[in-house]
Ligand binder design. Structure first.
Ligand code: ZN
Length: 89
């Protein structure tokens, strides 16, 4: 489940259920997609987001590469999109 997609948030009850399920199952929860790099980096400063992972669009943690410099999961042969400059600031 994704808590926000294309600017629309799920209802509070659905969000609480998703968070509780993720905590109980020890799994990750997708917060949102379609963010700019600066928006994603700003989320890293949020106190409750202590275990936040930023992934390239349509890319998950498994099978992805990780850029230590940008703390960013990516895939593909072009390397980290932030390192290459191919991203939306
Ligand atoms: Zn990078």
């Amino acid at each position: 489940m994704e808590l926000q997609n294309s600017g629309a948030c799920v209802g509070e009850l659905q969000a609480r259920l998703a968070v509780n399920n993720a905590i109980r199952n020890g799994t990750r929860l997708k917060l949102t997609s379609r963010m700019t790099w600066s928006q994603a980096r700003a989320m890293c400063g949020i106190a409750w987001a202590v275990d936040l992972a930023i992934c390239q669009e349509a890319c998950g943690l498994e099978g992805s590469r990780y850029c230590v410099r940008h703390q960013y999961y990516y895939s593909g042969c072009a390397g980290c999109h932030v390192c290459s400059g191919f991203y939306e600031p």
